[in-house]
Design a protein around this ligand. Sequence first.
Ligand code: ADP
Ligand code: MG
Length: 355
Amino acid sequence: MVFSSARARQFDAQFERLRRAFSRCLSGEAGIVLVEGAVGCGKTHTLEAVTAHAAKAGALVLKAYGTSADRAPLGTLRQLLDSPRLPRATADHLRRALDHGALDAAPPRETPGGDPVGTNPSHVQGAREFRAALHELASREPVVICVDELQLVDAASLQYLLYLATRSRSAKLLMVFAQATDSERQDAVFNTELLRQPNFQRLRLERLSWDETAHLLTTRLGLPDSTDVAYTWYEVSGGNPLLLRAVIDDYRTAGAPPRRSRAVEPVVGDMFVQAVLTCVYRSGRTVSRLAEGIAVLGASASLELLGRCCASAPPEPAAESPRWTRRASSTVSPSVTRMSRPRCWRTWTPRSGWT
Ligand SMILES: Nc1ncnc2c1ncn2[C@@H]1O[C@H](COP(=O)(O)OP(=O)(O)O)[C@@H](O)[C@H]1O
Ligand SMILES: [Mg+2]
């Protein structure tokens, strides 16, 4: 199911690139794809679409996701063992590889200019076995490895994945990762090493444009397809598909209030507030801190004041659009917090020191 036909056009273009990478994988050319975007911009949705496509074409799909709840060394990769379609012999081989790496749970040390997999012998041996098990499997059937929330994957799992990614060219293997843009927890070595690979491509999921927002309101709510109508909805959601979806749900729950004029104002309700809070929390410490500042300062939340409050970056002129402001605006536009502020006060108590 696609979100809307306008959204689908952008989605289809990205999906087509993934589909081509999968076709090359079927002919024995391994691929690595990194899907990036802000929270709520459709990364998981894209991963699900490509894994459904690959599974339908007969590939063996192995999935895992990073989570801050489980940072145990190799914890993320152990999820790959849960696939019901994984042959028993491969599962045993993979388990041995992971147990090997777990012998020494200390994160691998980096040596300047050294192998990115590190110098820890049990990790190197484990990573080698991990690759051998998956290559052996891919010699029999196409394999797609899908890892969501890459920024939360434990360090040892990243080392194994990197070893596999950098040593797989001729294999029926496609690796697809999804990572939140600008996350403070991105692994620089992992990302840079991927960039070196000729079979690597990065897909960036953008927020919805005004046009796309207008079109979506037409398909989902039957509103006139016009940017005038979409203006406030776009302001409230900032073009974030998750926030737009939430505000559409709130509008429906409120029973589509009667219109006074051509303008159709969105309704900010519980779904929207929860979605905003989720986006903020999942965007990391800097965005949380900025959102706290906006919640406290309200309409007077200028860039300068926010910079001083957050003390996370020196105030910069608005025109320069500092990195931390861009990061916040990818999930929350000032009007979002303005409109939802009274509820946010109830659900979200700013840290002491703000009042
Ligand atoms: N192209 C799309 N088609 C349908 N729904 C989409 C699309 N992109 C995003 N969505 C919807 O937007 C919401 C957020 O998407 P999700 O994939 O969870 O974002 P992310 O993983 O980037 O945080 C979900 O409800 C999802 O169904
Ligand atoms: Mg996701």
